[in-house]
Write a protein that binds this ligand. Sequence first.
Ligand code: ZN
Length: 257
Amino acid sequence: MKNRFTALVILFFVLQLTTTIAQNKPDIIFQTSTIDALMNGIYDGPISLKDLKEKGNFGVGTYNGLDGEMILLDGIFYKVDFSGKVIKMNLTTQSPFAAVTKFKADKKISASRLSFKELQELIDKNIPSNNLFYAIKVEGKFSYVKTRSVPKQQKPYPKLVEVTKNQAVFEFKDIKGTLVGIRTPELAKGINVPGYHLHFISKDKTGGGHLLACDIENAEILIDQKQDILLSLPETKEFLDANFSKDTSEDIKKAEK
Ligand code: ZN
């Protein structure tokens, strides 16, 4: 009798442990909505930053109304608005598009004197396959950074490729900071920007945005391989009624690269 009780207690703890491990599985990217929805002008989503924060401490995206560029770093949500100002966001704010994760580096590379193209090539050489997702964090000193942000939109919302024609561009020289983002495989085009989708935030949290170009002076490149993506689709009327049959690849290149 006593043995059976012990066995049950052990079984109970094993089950508890498995559940805990499954819930805290670090290698999941949680994403709300898709880049195609954003390309199609779906700029309002139902998810709050509070809910997103439960899914990760690191990521990129935007806020409802396409209100600037989101950087989630060390569990804090920042917005780089259209004027270039960095604002710490309230957790009740909602997002129409974000990809977040619990960042845990699998690989660390030290690098110096790299252009944005060389940075991408270096990471490409250091990952086992182009066909998985990776969270990418680059911390260090940049001799040059070029970013952009977008103006908050009013309804009826124009397509993203129209909005980015009027984007604000910011340039920084000799600045410390972090690149935060996701490398998405081609097989998932339509879900997130294929290739590198990186946002920048300065170390003093006074500047940043969606990365357009950079020159690294010296930096640590941290790569976190992700096999799993949990895609949460919004049940808003705009999303339910949208037609995603058109290939947005060309628009994505124009709007995001
Ligand atoms: Zn972006």
